[in-house]
Design a protein around this ligand. Structure first.
Ligand code: SF4
Length: 370
């Protein structure tokens, strides 16, 4: 993004900006690759430089959504790690994942701590660890090959600023959280988890059995509650194999979960499948469905792909899935209003066509002004 901004200001040749696709003067699409650069050699962002922007724009959104759950009333994003160890094996990669070739990598804990001290101590911000599976990097996993979280826990405990502060939001699968929860309980505040679904059959197809059924989920959530973690929980409805019956039981599971863990959940986010380029969902659709090949391009019609995916891979329609999601949403919002401040997130991809149209229009307007 920084490279693109420099290019737009005339300070960098467009051909030197990585991870960019555009049409050249002859109308040909140029696709510049995104080589993965070692995270431990990158500079971490200095949010002091945009503190006024945080105050003017971002803190207000945080106040609406999350502030009641946190002692620190601000949150910034930090690229502390990338990818996940499951993703490094194609056979264990989840169906909806698009992190191929990005796994796994971490920053240097000793370089991170001074940055965290500034963010937490001076800016008063929580840190959103923008990794795919941060809780997966502890020594208790992967035969002890990775000790990133162990080192980070030790470095935070040694810091006079960070000791005793829980400020980080980190992703992790159920299995990974069970392995890392004790280790990270003094600096990770929020466990962000994609539970995906409850039905073991749906899970097997989606994540190759990495996420297990409800018993493991309950074990992990009970542990989170006991260790005073906050929970940001997401899931998918309309996975391959879904029937009207499984939709019903999934709704019941989501509502029961929200009720049981209402005191620690910040957000429940359930959406229909996002058929993202780069994911196996998209790849399989592209290979088997001429319609997907026909619309493959620079901007894809996300909702149409989701609708099609649900129709071809389940016994239900997208309308059934959306009705089920809306029911979960109503339940969560009601609990939130009753004092838990829990929020509901509806969809990430596969939204309404008219919303996509508005986004495209906005993008077009911005580009026209450049
Ligand atoms: S979806 Fe998550 S667990 Fe699955 S391969 Fe991708 S990053 Fe790893």
């Amino acid at each position: 993004m920084m490279g693109l901004l420099y290019a737009l200001q005339g300070q960098l040749d467009l051909t030197r900006v990585p991870s960019l696709a555009y049409r050249d003067h002859a109308g040909q699409v140029v696709n510049q690759s995104a080589p993965s650069y070692p995270l431990d050699r990158r500079l971490l962002p200095d949010y002091r430089l945009i503190e006024d922007q945080l105050t003017t724009h971002y803190d207000k959104a945080f106040a609406v959504w999350y502030a009641q759950h946190y002692e620190l009333k601000r949150m910034v994003t930090m690229p502390l790690d990338g990818g996940c160890t499951w993703g490094s094996r194609a056979s264990r990669r989840c169906r909806h994942c698009s992190i191929q070739g990005l796994t796994p990598k971490t920053t240097d804990p000793h370089a991170v701590v001074p940055v965290l001290e500034t963010v937490v101590g001076r800016l008063g911000a929580n840190v959103y660890a923008a990794g795919d599976s941060t809780c997966g990097f502890s020594r208790a996993q992967w035969s002890g090959e990775i000790s990133y979280l162990d080192d980070l826990a030790e470095a935070c405990a040694a810091s006079p600023v960070l000791r005793g502060r829980r400020f980080m939001l980190a992703y992790g699968l159920v299995y990974e959280f069970l392995q890392s929860a004790e280790l990270c309980k003094d600096f990770i505040r929020t466990w962000n988890v994609g539970l995906e679904a409850f039905d073991p059959k749906l899970l097997r197809g989606d994540s190759k059995g990495i996420n297990k059924g409800p018993e493991r989920v309950t074990e992990a959530l009970d542990l989170a509650q006991r260790l005073d973690y906050r929970l940001y929980i997401s899931g998918i409805m309309g996975l391959p194999g879904t029937t009207l019956q499984t939709l019903r039981t999934e709704v019941d599971h989501w509502l029961a979960l929200a009720e049981t863990y209402r005191d620690c959940i910040t957000t429940v986010s359930v959406s229909s499948p996002g058929v993202i380029p780069g994911s196996r969902m998209y790849y399989d659709s592209y290979r088997t469905d001429p319609m997907v090949r026909a619309v493959h391009g620079e901007i894809i019609p996300a909702r149409r792909l989701t609708e099609r995916y649900v129709r071809r891979n389940t016994e239900v329609e997208l309308a059934d899935v959306e009705a089920a999601i809306a029911e979960v949403g109503r339940g969560v919002i009601t609990l939130g209003k009753q004092g838990s401040h829990m929020k509901f997130g509806g969809y990430m991809l596969g939204g309404k066509d008219h919303e996509e149209e508005r986004e495209r229009h906005l993008l077009g307007t911005i580009c026209a002004e450049l």
